[in-house]
Design a protein around this ligand. Structure first.
Ligand SMILES: Cc1ncc(C[n+]2csc(CCOP(=O)(O)OP(=O)(O)O)c2C)c(N)n1
Ligand code: SF4
Ligand SMILES: [Mg+2]
Length: 307
C-alpha cells in the first residue's frame, strides 16, 4: 500500500466537526498573549464538559489559572507538586470510585518538564495500573515557568537558557508517545490547537474509554520560542505540516492511525519563524530534516502495519 493510501485509510474522521459552544475557561486568565497552552485548555474543556476535575502540577498553568480564591476555570482544580500530577489524579479517581461518582472525568494537565522528566515515574505507575484518568502533556518544549530551561522535550539544536546558542541542545526530543505506547494503555494521541476539531474529537474519544489515556499537545509559547504572539496557530499548524509533530493515535499500544496527511513542507519553514533556532547552520537544518524524515518513516511503517 502506498503512503498516501495508508494515510487516507487511517484518517476516517473529517477534520470539520463540532466544537461545543460551552466555555469553561473564563476571560481574565493570566497566560501570556498568544499562549498555545491556554488555547489547548479552552478546547479540551469544551470537549470534556463541566463534570471534570483538573489536576495541575507546578508549571505555567499553575499561574494561568489564577491565584486563590480566583480561578479562570469553571471546573474544580487540584494544584499539586511538580512530580505528582498522575499520582494525584489516580488518588482523586480512587476517591470518586469509593463515593460512587464514577461519571466524573479526571484530567491531569502537566507541562513537558512535569511529564517527560520529573513526573515520569508517577505517570508510568498510573499507566501500568491502567488508572482511569486522562493525562495531558501540554508541550511547550522547555521549563517555561522558571525561565526557559531545557527539558527532555526540547528539540534538537534548540536554544534555551541552559542550552545557549554556542551549545544548543545536542540530544533529540524524547519519544514520549513511544514510552506511553510501550505501557499498552488503551489510548494515546497527539494533538495541536491549530486542528481544533481533531483535538476536541480526541478528548471526547478519551473520555469514553476506561483506563489511562494520554494526550500530547504541541503548545507554541511566544516568549520561550521567541516569535510574535500572533503566530501561535501558524506555528502549531506548521509543526504538523512539516512532520515535526504528526497528528496520530495509538490504541492498546499497537494500532497506529495517522489523522492528518502533512503537506511535507521543509522543516526550515517552521524553524525560521522562531528565534530559538536563529543560530542554526545549514548543516544543523539538514540534520533536523533527516531526523524528522526518519521519525516520520517509522510512524508510517507502524500505521502501515496497523492498516
Ligand atoms: C520539585 C520541584 N522542582 C522544581 C520546581 C520549580 N518549578 C516550578 S514550575 C517549573 C517548570 C515546569 O516546566 P514544565 O513542566 O515544562 O511546564 P511549563 O512551565 O513549561 O508550562 C519548575 C522547574 C518545583 N516547583 N518543584
Ligand atoms: S511562558 Fe509560554 S507557556 Fe507559559 S504562559 Fe507564557 S506563553 Fe504560555
Ligand atoms: Mg514546558
Amino acid at each position: 500500500m502506498e503512503v498516501h493510501e495508508i494515510l487516507k485509510e487511517s484518517s476516517p474522521y473529517p477534520l470539520r466537526g463540532e466544537i461545543p459552544q460551552r466555555e469553561l475557561m473564563l476571560p481574565g486568565h493570566l497566560a501570556c498573549q498568544g499562549c498555545g497552552a491556554a488555547l489547548a485548555m479552552r478546547l479540551a474543556l469544551k470537549a470534556l464538559g463541566e463534570n471534570t476535575i483538573v489536576v495541575i502540577p507546578a508549571c505555567c498553568w499553575t499561574i494561568i489559572a489564577g491565584a486563590f480564591p480566583y480561578s479562570a476555570l469553571k471546573v474544580p482544580i487540584f494544584h499539586t507538586a511538580f512530580e505528582t500530577a498522575a499520582s494525584a489524579a489516580s488518588g482523586i479517581r480512587a476517591g470518586l470510585e469509593m463515593t460512587g461518582q464514577e461519571e466524573v472525568t479526571v484530567l491531569a494537565w502537566a507541562g513537558d518538564g512535569g511529564t517527560f522528566d520529573i513526573g515520569l515515574q508517577a505517570l508510568s505507575g498510573a499507566a501500568e495500573r491502567n488508572d482511569d484518568i486522562i493525562y495531558v502533556c501540554y508541550d511547550n518544549e522547555a521549563y517555561m515557568n522558571t525561565g526557559i530551561q531545557r527539558s527532555s522535550a526540547t528539540p534538537l539544536k534548540a536554544w534555551t537558557t541552559t542550552t545557549p546558542e554556542k551549545h544548543p541542545k545536542d540530544e533529540p526530543k524524547k519519544d514520549m508517545m513511544g514510552i506511553m505506547a510501550a505501557h499498552r494503555i488503551p489510548y494515546a494521541a497527539t494533538a495541536s490547537p491549530a486542528y481544533p476539531e481533531d483535538l476536541v474529537r480526541k478528548f471526547q474519544k478519551a473520555q469514553a474509554i476506561r483506563g489511562t489515556k494520554f494526550i500530547h499537545i504541541i503548545c507554541p509559547c511566544p516568549p520561550g520560542w521567541k516569535y510574535p504572539s500572533e503566530w501561535t496557530v501558524k506555528l502549531a499548524r506548521l509543526a504538523v505540516e512539516t512532520k515535526v509533530f504528526p497528528l496520530y493515535e495509538v490504541e492498546e499500544g499497537q494500532r497506529y492511525r495517522i489523522n492528518v496527511e502533512p503537506k511535507g513542507l521543509p522543516v526550515e519553514e517552521y524553524l525560521k519563524l522562531q528565534g530559538r533556532f536563529r543560530h542554526l547552520t545549514p548543516e544543523d537544518i539538514k540534520l533536523i530534516q533527516e531526523t524528522v524524515d526518519a521519525e516520520w518513516e517509522r510512524l508510517v511503517a507502524r500505521a502501515r502495519a496497523s492498516a
